[in-house]
Design a binder for this molecule. Structure first.
Ligand code: GLP
Length: 244
C-alpha cells in the first residue's frame, strides 16, 4: 500500500520530503539514509541544507548509502554521482564524510565493485529511509527494465532512453557513460521505509503504470507496490494520470 502525498508543485514536494527526512534524523540521529541523485531531489537537498543552516538539523551521526554511480567516473568528476551528492548536500552540512558511501566508479572490475558495495550494505543496513526517484522508463536507481528483479549491486548497461534522459547533465550524448553500478532491487527493498519523489507531467503515465499496473521487472518501480512502507510525494503534474 503506497501512501500518497499530493503537492501543488515542485517546491511543495521538496519541502514535504525534507520534513520527512528531518523527522527521521530527529527521531534517530544515527539513521542510515539511502540517497538518490538526478534532478528531482535537488530541492529536497536544498531544504535540508537550509534546515542545517538554521540550526534545525544535526547530520553528525548519520551514515548514508547512495544508490548508484557511473562506471569509470571518479568522485572528482563533476558528472559523477559522488560529486553531485557532495556538492548538493554533504559539503554544506556537518556530516562525517567517511560515513557517506557511493559505489566506486573507478573500480573497473564490476565483480569487485559490486561485492564491496554489497558488503557495505550488509554491514550498515538496513537503511532506515530510502529516497528514490523515478526514471522515465520506470527504473529505480539504475535498475533498468529487465526479465528479472536483480537482488544485489550489479553493473548495468544503461538503456538508450536513460542515456538520452541524462544527457542534459553532460556536454554531449557521447560523454554520457554507458555503464553504471547500482544497488539491486533486493537491497532497495530491505529499507525500512521508502520515499519516492516524482515531479512533472513527463512522469505522469509511467507513475500511473508503476502504481496501478501489473508488478513486473519490465517496469522496475512497480515492485514498490509490494513494499510494506512506501510514501510517494508527487506534484499535481506527476499525479495527473492517476484518479484523485
Ligand atoms: C537517474 C538516476 C535515478 C533517478 C533518475 C531520475 O537515472 N540513476 O536514481 O531517479 O535518473 O532522474 P530525474 O530526477 O533527473 O528525473
Amino acid at each position: 500500500m503506497v501512501k500518497i502525498y499530493r503537492s501543488r508543485n515542485y517546491r511543495e514536494m521538496s519541502e514535504t520530503a525534507a520534513g520527512l527526512f528531518l523527522a527521521q534524523i530527529r527521531k534517530k540521529p544515527d539513521s542510515v539514509l539511502g540517497l538518490a541523485t538526478g534532478g528531482t531531489p535537488v530541492g529536497l537537498y536544498q531544504n535540508l541544507v537550509q534546515a542545517y543552516q538554521r540550526g534545525e538539523a544535526d547530520f553528525s551521526r548519520l551514515s548514508t548509502l547512495n544508490l548508484d554511480e557511473y562506471q569509470g567516473l571518479s568522485g572528482e568528476d563533476p558528472h559523477s554521482y559522488r560529486y553531485f551528492i557532495n556538492t548538493q548536500l554533504f559539503d554544506h552540512v556537518n556530516i562525517e564524510k567517511t560515513r557517506t558511501h557511493v559505489p566506486d566508479g573507478t573500480e573497473l572490475h564490476p565483480e569487485k565493485a559490486c561485492r564491496d558495495y554489497d558488503r557495505l550494505i550488509a554491514r550498515l543496513g538496513p537503511v532506515d529511509l530510502q529516497l528514490l526517484g523515478l526514471g522515465p522508463n520506470g527504473h529505480i536507481a539504475f535498475n533498468e527494465p529487465d526479465d528479472i528483479f536483480p537482488s544485489g549491486t550489479h553493473c548495468v548497461t544503461l538503456d538508450s532512453s536513460t542515456i538520452e534522459a541524462n544527457r542534459r547533465f553532460f556536454r554531449s550524448l557521447g560523454e554520457v557513460p554507458k555503464r553504471a553500478y547500482t544497488m539491486g532491487i533486493g537491497s532497495i527493498f530491505s529499507a525500512r521505509q521508502i520515499l519516492l519523489l516524482v515531479s512533472g507531467t513527463g512522469k505522469a503515465e509511467i507513475l500511473k503504470q508503476a502504481l496501478s499496473g501489473p508488478v513486473t521487472p519490465r517496469l522496475p518501480a512497480s515492485i514498490l507496490q509490494f513494499h510494506p512502507d512506501v510514501t510517494l510525494i508527487a506534484d499535481e503534474d506527476a499525479l495527473s494520470s492517476l484518479p484523485r
